[in-house]
Design a protein around this ligand. Structure first.
Ligand SMILES: Nc1ncnc2c1ncn2[C@@H]1O[C@H](COP(=O)(O)OP(=O)(O)OP(=O)(O)O)[C@@H](O)[C@H]1O
Ligand SMILES: [Zn+2]
Length: 511
């Protein structure tokens, strides 16, 4: 029960008044002034001490001040304006969530039937794919309070702090129900526990489990957790009655990208030259967050250029910027680095063209982000399935940069790090996930294997075959590498048309 500070203060002053009257009475009638005075002071001190020790100091503060503090703590408990109209390309997932919406909006109907609705849902998938957006739209659609927290906020140095924050989170949710608690990066608290059960993180996770078990699904609270790493979560979290539904939110496909671009351009004036379906094709692999930032970037460019409407050029530039990081202003790359970068990028582009493994749109040695250069290449279509040959061609193209360096300079550089990373990743997938090696038509779980020797051998085989293939293609076309590299060194950028032109006599130029 809450104690009212005003009543407490009133009681203290009343008691003091009674004591003072008693003291006056005694000192006048019996002439014992000093002992009575000491008794009164002692009793008053004990009373005040008792009150202060038993009450939280905030309870004695003026009401206005208290409200101020509470409002700060509650800053992120808000009613949300976002709806499913703001979420594009996730229609199937939204369909799955319809039952939750109906439940939140008609709790009584479900209560009467004794039906229980999931208390917890997990959204998992890469960053920027709309997990937070979807959770907030769910809150908007159900007119629920949206309470957000990040898993990392709960992991504290001091034992017990995380657990008490979790308690606070659920208390707030109950007070403002119907509510949706969204815990981003839930893996920070929810990763697999140690055996000792003593660490601060484990205590926090235990508290989360207690809270999940504690509330009734009819209380009008839904907990949504988001993570990029479902495999890291403690199994206890995934048990029935806790997060018993997991929904994967992946990177958007062609149609979804088009829809997302539409959502993010709906309040922007667009030129007739703008074709969102074309931009959707060019943005393969990008997430909703990338696409939203492309639309914003294009709008900013149009403002800077004093345009009335956003045009195709702005979008193209925005796509490139987001694709390869921001342009560096004063690139001071040593001439030697430019030389290597030009030949490296020429290698990628030539193989891309020869193997037809994607549309080579542009080659550049203008440094962007971490990269010294890049080949802008888009997949020909938004294929869901890829054949073994297509995957091998992709690896070969990735290794084309290094192969070109080796052929031209008889030396290799660190510039191929990302290419090697990607090529290795695809090769492992071919062996372990797609059954595309001599190890057979089966899947291998690297974590369960005692030795990965055989897998590594197969991966090396794939990479060696592709690298040799890249070298074979490029050795014959040494002259074209040089031609493209020269053009790159003078112009820094070569367009698709120029590449076609430079390579049109490719057969005659082969050595
Ligand atoms: N499906 C989508 N439809 C419309 N906009 C989207 C979509 N997905 C992402 N976005 C845009 O990207 C922004 C970032 O997405 P959001 O924060 O929801 O991603 P997330 O999956 O929660 O990422 P993280 O894992 O990094 O927290 C959104 O605010 C929105 O502008
Ligand atoms: Zn490269």
């Amino acid at each position: 029960m809450k104690k009212n500070p005003h009543i407490i203060l009133l009681t203290i002053s009343l008691l003091l008044n009674i004591l003072f009257a008693l003291f006056l009475y005694l000192s006048i009638n019996k002439g014992t002034f000093i002992p009575s005075f000491i008794v009164v002071v002692l009793i008053s001190l004990i009373l005040i001490g008792f009150v202060l020790l038993n009450k939280n100091i905030f309870e004695l503060m003026p009401a206005n001040y208290k409200n101020d503090i509470n409002s700060k703590v509650k800053d992120n408990d808000t009613k949300i304006q976002i709806t499913f109209n703001d979420v594009a390309g996730l229609d199937e997932i939204i369909d799955e969530l319809k039952i939750i919406i109906d439940f939140m909006n008609n709790t009584e109907k479900y209560k009467r039937m004794g039906a229980k609705i999931p208390k917890g849902i997990l959204f998992y998938g890469p960053p920027g794919t709309g997990k937070t957006l979807l959770a907030s739209a769910l809150a908007g659609e159900t007119n629920s309070t949206f309470i957000t927290a990040s898993g990392s906020e709960f992991v504290e140095k001091y034992v017990g702090v995380g657990a008490s924050r979790i308690r606070g989170l659920f208390t707030r949710a109950k007070k403002s129900a119907p509510s949706i608690i969204f815990i981003d990066e839930i893996d920070a608290v929810g990763s697999k526990r140690n055996n000792d059960n003593n660490s601060e993180k484990d205590q926090t996770l235990n508290q989360l489990l207690i809270e999940m078990d504690g509330f009734n699904s009819n209380d009008g609270i839904i907990v949504i957790g988001a993570t990029n790493r479902l495999d890291m979560l403690d199994e206890a979290l995934l048990r029935p009655g806790r997060f018993d539904r997991s929904i994967h939110i992946g990177t958007p496909n062609l149609k979804a990208r088009f829809e997302i671009l539409k959502v993010h351009t709906r309040n922007k004036p667009l030129d007739n030259s703008v074709s969102l379906s074309e931009f959707a094709k060019k943005t393969h692999g990008m997430t909703g967050a990338h696409l939203s930032s492309i639309c914003n970037e294009a709008a900013i460019l149009a403002v800077i250029r004093h345009k009335q409407k956003i045009g195709r050029e702005e979008f193209d530039e925005a796509i490139e910027r987001v694709f390869a990081g921001l342009k560096k202003k004063n690139p001071e790359i040593l001439e030697k680095e430019r030389l290597i970068a030009a030949h490296h990028e020429a290698g990628h582009a030539i193989i891309g063209k020869i193997l037809n493994s994607g549309l080579v749109e542009k080659i550049s040695i203008v440094p962007r982000g971490e990269a010294l250069g890049y080949v802008l290449n888009f997949p020909k279509d938004d294929a869901f399935l890829m054949t073994k040959t297509e995957l091998q061609n992709k690896i070969t193209m990735l290794l084309g940069g290094r192969a070109s360096e080796e052929i031209i300079f008889n030396e290799i550089s660190t510039g191929a790090e990302n290419d090697l990373k990607e090529a290795t990743k695809i090769s492992y997938q071919m062996v372990c996930n797609y059954g595309m090696s001599e190890l057979g038509n089966r899947i291998y779980d690297m974590h369960l294997l005692k030795s990965t020797e055989n897998i590594d051998k197969e991966v090396n085989k794939i990479i060696n075959i592709c690298y040799n293939n890249a070298k074979m293609i490029l050795i014959k076309r040494k002259n074209i590498i040089k031609l493209i590299a020269e053009r790159l060194l003078s112009n820094e950028i070569i367009t698709k048309e120029e590449i076609d032109d430079l390579m049109k006599d490719e057969k005659e130029m082969c050595v």
